[in-house]
Design a protein around this ligand. Structure first.
Ligand code: MTE
Length: 305
């Protein structure tokens, strides 16, 4: 079994690019299929990277980047890896608009310059009761939101994916209304956990995972992780998120993982972690209840699913 030395990098004081380079070797080595780490190594990595249970084994790179939902490139799980090469993640602009003091068309680099990159391991839970443990790399969403200065009227944020049927041929089909849209309440967005993700396993984000910028909200279903974001809009009203528009009986705005409430077509009580055979109990708020349950006090989470 290979032993990986813990790199002595303080994530608080390194920049995005340096982080890619300096950690590539270390995290790239994890990417080899089936790399097993000792309990001590896992604890060291979890301490360094963030928030997941240290006992969690990382989902292999091949699965994280080969089993995807990204309907702009087809609906089969292996379509995005096969077809997302048509996406050109640079140059990239992000429009910021709505209830915000600093609306503008920002170059991606200007957005990235707003915050220090952080690497975190999240349980990323998708819609059909499967989950992954992914070492995402990104910038805390709240850092960027704070820099953009929402007005006092802003209550929600909407994230919009690129619309370009040439780069994203799946948009020629009507399988979903395009462009893909996601949304958060402002206080959810200001929680320390959500990331605007730019990389995974210490490498720049592959196209199929939503290059060059995607959202990851660890206590919610994977579908809240809008990919290839070109617009961030601050609003007074709850955004119309794509899955809620497409299938309102199945997907709400909140998408908090609630093992006590069945999805209309399947139980949400257990989930299979990709790469494993057995199913494990699903934890409320995907295991982050202690950190986030306070955001929903007084809300009926059966009605606000
Ligand atoms: N973003 C866009 N633009 N289009 C999509 O089809 N699928 C969502 C989410 N973001 C999707 C998207 C769903 S259903 C899931 S489960 C996650 O992306 C999957 O992210 P991953 O492929 O990086 O694991």
């Amino acid at each position: 079994m290979p032993i990986h030395r813990s790199p002595d990098i303080r994530s608080a004081d390194i920049t995005d690019e340096r982080l890619y380079v300096s950690r590539r070797e270390f995290l790239g080595s994890l990417a080899g299929a089936g790399v097993l780490l000792s309990a001590g190594e896992r604890r060291a990595i979890a301490r360094m990277l963030g928030t997941a249970d240290p006992a969690d084994k990382l989902t292999p790179w091949e699965v994280v980047t080969g089993y995807n939902n990204f309907y702009e490139f087809g609906t089969a799980k292996d379509d995005p890896a096969a077809y997302a090469a048509t996406l050109r993640p640079r140059p990239w602009k992000v429009r910021v608009e709505g209830e915000v003091a600093r609306p503008a068309d920002y170059d991606l680099d200007a957005i990235l310059a707003m915050g220090t990159a952080e690497e975190r391991v999240y349980r990323h839970r998708c819609v059909e009761a499967w989950s992954m443990v992914v070492p995402w790399l990104g910038i805390p969403l709240r850092t960027i939101v704070s820099r953009l200065e929402p007005t006092s009227r802003a209550k929600y944020i909407e994230f919009t994916t690129l619309r370009d049927p040439v780069q994203m041929p799946g948009q020629k089909s009507g399988i979903l209304p395009w462009p893909y849209v996601e949304g958060l309440r402002l206080d959810e967005a200001m929680h320390p956990l959500p990331l605007l993700v730019t990389g995974v396993y210490g490498k720049p984000l592959p196209n199929q995972n939503g290059a060059p910028l995607r959202l990851v909200v660890p206590w919610k279903y994977g579908f809240k992780g809008g990919k290839s974001i070109v617009k961030i809009r601050f609003t007074t009203r709850q955004p119309a998120n794509t899955w809620n528009v497409a299938a309102p009986d199945e997907y709400g705005f909140y998408a908090n993982v609630n093992p006590a409430v069945d999805h209309p077509r399947w139980s949400q009580a257990r989930e299979r972690r990709l790469g494993e055979f057995y199913k494990r109990p699903t934890l409320p708020f995907n295991g982050y209840g202690e950190q986030v349950a306070g955001l929903y006090v007084g809300m009926d989470l059966k009605a606000n699913f």
